[in-house]
Design a protein around this ligand. Structure first.
Ligand code: SF4
Length: 348
């Protein structure tokens, strides 16, 4: 069961409560280069990104937000470290949300100024606790960087905002260690009801990072924890979105495409099933139907193993059977299998 959390809005995107789990990414362009940043955000939008974060390292980047905001459709979160003037500038220039830790802003007056500006524009603040940047006193108190010091750190930042009557909050508790991240979110879920942004920070290059993120984010989502996700990869941001969406599909939390079930092939396989499965994936990539298609190597196990599939192929010798809900409907030569399957998908 999904953890109960408050609902907030980042632009038009609702996060928390019963809302769909959104997918986020972060640009890796120089934000001051508005042309490149706009192009990258548009690419991310095309890939299905719901919310994008951009780094605001200086006032020129904060000013650039205005132009970027005008040219893109998805909400933009300004990522700010320490400097409250950058936060105010980003808000003025159209940021839909802030990622800033109030405990790092400085004096109470500066925090109040940022909070008032956020209240005025109704934009949320994400408190982002990262295992690498917990205050030394907290680390000493909780005997190291662990789930306890991470959760305490989040509570400390939350308290600062709540003391100013500010509740438009989202929280993340990220570590590079999967077990620590999962424990921290589990612990936090017992005491915090703000929506959670989840992810494994700095999870690595696309191959290793995809696995690490899938295990970490997947574990949390299976426990009902997580309202918005970001896969963090050392690669193209658009890949983060592809992986994020696929994690949601794999868990049945996103049903925007046809699901493919395919067998691993074995010594019984008599057709080029790997090539066929890849071609099917390519051909149906843009079809939005909530159905399952099975691509199986043999008629012995194929239809039976994929009975829950709506349609499927079971390979034979130089030919294959097309089946519907586990029942064979026709036999087709190998070179026509792909087209026949697509025809049947179109009929559904
Ligand atoms: Fe082998 Fe048939 Fe199973 Fe595919 S479906 S792995 S070909 S037994």
């Amino acid at each position: 069961m999904r953890r109960k959390s408050q609902e907030i809005y980042v632009g038009k995107v609702a996060i928390g409560g019963e809302n769909p789990i959104s997918v986020q990414s972060m640009t890796n362009t120089d934000t001051r280069n508005t042309v490149n940043t706009i192009m990258q955000v548009l690419e991310l939008e095309k890939a299905g990104c719901d919310i994008v974060r951009v780094a605001i390292p200086d006032s020129e980047a904060a000013e650039a937000l205005k132009k970027i905001r005008q040219e893109v459709n998805i909400p933009i979160i300004a990522d700010i470290h320490f400097d409250h003037r950058l936060a105010l500038n980003a808000i003025k220039n159209g940021a839909d949300g802030l990622r800033i830790n109030p405990g790092n802003i400085g004096s109470k007056d500066k925090i109040r100024e940022v909070v008032l500006a956020c209240k005025d524009k109704k934009i949320p603040i994400r408190i982002g606790v990262n295992s690498g940047s917990i205050k030394r006193e907290i680390i000493e108190k909780y005997k190291g960087v662990n789930e306890n010091s991470m959760v305490y750190s989040a509570l400390e930042h939350i308290r600062i905002l709540e003391d100013l009557n500010y509740n438009n909050i989202k929280v993340s508790l990220k570590a590079t260690d999967i077990a620590m991240t999962v424990s921290a979110y589990k612990k936090a879920a017992e005491v915090i009801d703000y929506p959670f942004h989840i992810g494994i920070t700095e999870s690595g290059t696309p191959w290793a990072g995809t696995i690490k993120s899938s295990v970490g984010i997947g574990s949390l989502l299976l426990m009902g924890i997580g309202d918005t996700i970001r896969v963090s990869l050392t690669g193209e941001p658009v890949e983060e979105v592809r992986v994020g969406k696929q994690i949601l599909r794999a868990l049945g939390l996103l049903k925007d495409k046809i699901e493919i079930i395919s067998c691993p092939t074995c010594g019984r396989t008599q057709i080029d099933l790997i090539d066929l499965a890849n071609k099917v994936e390519e051909r149906i990539g843009n079809i939005s139907k909530p159905i399952k298609v099975a691509i199986m190597g043999c008629a012995v196990n194929g239809p039976g193993e994929a009975r829950e599939a709506d349609l499927g192929i079971a390979g034979g010798i130089g030919s294959g059977l097309i089946f519907k809900k586990g029942e064979i409907i026709k036999k087709v030569d190998e070179d026509k299998l792909l087209d026949e399957l697509i025809k049947e998908i179109d009929k559904l």
